[in-house]
Design a protein around this ligand. Structure first.
Ligand SMILES: [Zn+2]
Length: 340
């Protein structure tokens, strides 16, 4: 991994997609684009994600999850065996989480031999940037919580355990392929304790020899939160996870829970969310430096990484670009203040 500055900047996973990416998705769905068209389109989108992050000056980059044509997790359901879609009960009216695609288990859940496809995503990324990289994978609960267990699994947690095994195989292969920094994304669901989330995280990452980050997410679909936004419901229990770093959302919550992080941190690193991805307001570098200053009241600078609250998958690209630039420039300001 290239040398990193103090307070390294990174992203939480997804990058904002170009306008044509969304248009081509419709064309593919309508059968007007073939597999070769699609491969070219997605590779172009990944190249743009890499370039955007590099030009903004981000230290650790991802592939923008730009090959995941149907969101950071939804596309995976298409290749998972043993489940069928379950139409939402509400289709009319404003978009909401009750309109998300859901599934039910009709057999033992399995994935194709090539796995979830994250290894191919990483292989491309590592050969197309000289920057440090991070790979993000949905966690067991992210996968499991949208699948009704039926009689095939005892509970949602049992479905999540099945996915922990699937993810574990994928992560071990990622490490073999050279991944050194892996992030697991899990929802803060409220009905699963921090200890239980940690247990599933540990199942998914058992024997995975890489730097491990744990993003606990309040939801960001269409720029909306889903869950009660208080990390006190999950910490200190979540510290049972063998995560080196917790990636948490602060900017959109007036930096709430930061004072508690001082008690919770347990020497662990903090991936501090200091860019509000849900807002159209373009933070200035000074805003960002101010938030970093706030974070450093409660966390040791050596243990802090800087990132947006969540992915940019639901942001227009021009807004994401402005925010990424502000993140990189605000980090530079904060480093100057630290060394001065
Ligand atoms: Zn998130």
């Amino acid at each position: 991994m290239p040398d990193l500055p103090i307070l390294p900047t990174t992203v939480v996973g997804s990058h904002a997609k170009p306008g044509w990416w969304h248009q081509c998705k419709d064309l593919v769905n309508a059968g007007e684009r073939g597999q070769t068209d699609l491969d070219e389109l997605l590779t172009d989108a990944v190249d743009i994600a890499i370039l955007d992050q590099e030009r903004a000056g981000i230290d650790i980059i991802t592939d923008g999850e730009s090959r995941r044509l149907d969101g950071y997790v939804d596309g995976f359901y298409d290749i998972i065996k043993g489940i069928i879609p379950n139409p939402p009960k509400r289709k009319a009216g404003p978009w909401g989480y009750d309109q998300q695609k859901r599934y039910e288990a009709v057999d033992k859940i399995d994935v194709p031999e090539y796995g979830l496809g994250i290894i191919a995503e990483f292989e491309y990324l590592k050969t197309h940037t000289s920057k440090a990289t991070k790979v993000c994978a949905p966690g067991p609960l992210t996968f499991g919580s949208r699948i009704k267990p039926n009689e095939h699994y005892a509970s949602t947690v049992a479905v999540a355990e099945r996915f922990a095994n699937v993810i574990n195989v994928e992560l071990k292969a990622l490490v073999k392929a050279g991944a050194t920094f892996i992030q697991i994304d899990e929802p803060a669901r409220g009905n699963v304790t921090g200890q239980e989330m940690a247990r599933l995280f540990n199942m998914a990452t058992e024997g995975v020899e890489a730097k491990l980050a744990f993003h606990i997410c309040f939801g960001n679909r269409y720029g909306r939160s889903r869950f009660k936004r208080d990390y006190a419901d999950y910490f200190p229990g979540a510290l049972d996870a063998r995560a080196d770093q917790f990636v948490l959302e602060f900017a959109s919550r007036f930096m709430g829970n930061l004072p508690q992080w001082k008690e919770w941190s347990d020497g662990r690193e903090l991936g501090a969310g200091i860019i509000d991805v849900k807002s159209f307001y373009p933070e200035t570098p000074e805003d960002v430096a101010g938030r970093i200053h706030e974070v450093l009241r409660y966390a040791d600078a050596e243990k802090v990484y800087l990132n947006p609250d969540c992915g940019f998958g639901w942001s227009p690209r021009y807004i994401a670009l402005a925010k990424l630039k502000a993140l990189a420039e605000g980090a530079k300001l904060a480093r100057q203040q630290l060394s001065g």
